[in-house]
Design a protein around this ligand. Structure first.
Ligand SMILES: [Fe+2]
Ligand SMILES: [Fe+2]
Length: 196
């Protein structure tokens, strides 16, 4: 490998390492910060990503050192969001960016005669693709659930300027009250008809 090719490869690998450090911090923060009805599930999902990203960081840092370079000590910027869906979207974006980088880096490693490294990238691309698929499926379910919820909210209440959550509550309550009111009405009618 020429000096120039090694320098280019090292720069690329350090960019990838910054991305892995970013992913570790991102998943750690999201696991701690996530709120809402899916907290437990999402917390577990985010936390479970961390060991895998740490493994990727180890592969990259080891390879950078073996090639005579110095691994970076600073992560790529982390997007901090508070909404659970925004977390899933930010994570999906990060995984997609990593896949794009790794496909490119894999080709560079192969061109440089680093076949072992190219094989490591194959495995990391597979990991990232699985994460991407899971995130996409979670987001797809999320949007569907949102639509179902919207469909159950009476439009008359929505138009009245109520928040969706409140409108749904009152909508459900009015549905529950109707049969109760019917029973009371029937009982009253029977009572009034009873001769004294
Ligand atoms: Fe990773
Ligand atoms: Fe990942």
């Amino acid at each position: 490998m020429t000096d120039d090719a090694r320098k280019r490869l090292l720069e690329g690998l350090n960019e990838d390492l910054r991305g892995e450090f970013q992913a570790i911090i991102m998943y750690r923060l999201y696991a701690s910060l996530v709120q809402g009805p899916y907290r437990q599930e999402l917390r577990t999902f985010f936390a479970n990503e961390i060991p895998e990203e740490l493994g990727h960081a180890q592969i990259l840092a080891d390879k950078i050192a073996a090639l005579g370079g110095t691994p970076v000590a600073v992560p790529a910027p982390v997007t901090v969001v508070s909404d659970a869906k925004a977390m899933l979207e930010a994570a999906l974006k990060a995984e997609l960016e990593a896949i794009g980088r790794y496909v490119k880096r894999r080709a560079e490693a192969e061109a440089a005669g680093e076949y072992g490294l190219a094989a490591e990238f194959d495995a990391m691309i597979a990991d990232k693709s699985n994460h991407r698929n899971e995130l996409r499926l979670m987001l797809a379910g999320w949007l569907r659930e949102r639509r179902d919820l919207d469909a159950r909210i009476p439009s008359s209440l929505r138009r009245g300027g109520m928040t969706p959550g409140r409108a749904y509550f009152w909508g459900q309550l009015s549905t529950a009250i109707e049969p109760v009111a019917g029973v009371i009405g029937a009982a009253l009618r029977r009572l009034l008809r009873t001769p004294s």
